[in-house]
Design a binder for this molecule. Structure first.
Ligand SMILES: [Zn+2]
Length: 112
């Protein structure tokens, strides 16, 4: 197996593992203020998650389809930018996840 291939595979596995965390992260920021795709990519990169527009946009659309986010268009110079905000349902889902994340956090950090 070539090194490149296994690196590629481990990246894909990481993405699977972290996709829920990324969704929660997105929801968290969208509950605080309107977010847009590129800004969110930069924010996630700051936390060490590398995600491409090709992965982030479907994720945002998925959250919107579930009713967790609502989007609107905003003019940004000559182009339109899509802004996303958490809905009441999204906020409730985030609140419920807080308990689960705290519990997982405790277990992960036990003995550290
Ligand atoms: Zn953040």
């Amino acid at each position: 197996m070539s090194k490149t291939k296994s690196d590629h595979e481990s990246l894909a596995a990481d993405r699977d593992l972290y996709s829920g965390l990324i969704r929660l992260h997105v929801l968290h920021h969208a509950a605080e203020q309107p977010i847009f795709g590129l800004g969110m990519i930069e924010e996630l990169a700051r936390h060490g998650y590398r995600i491409s527009p090709g992965s982030l946009y479907p994720l945002l659309h998925g959250l919107e389809k579930k009713g967790y986010l609502r989007s609107r268009q905003q003019r940004n110079g000559r182009s339109l930018r899509t802004l996303y905000r958490a809905t009441a349902l999204g906020r409730r889902a985030l609140e419920a996840s807080r308990i689960k994340v705290r519990e997982l956090f405790r277990e992960l950090m036990e003995g550290e």
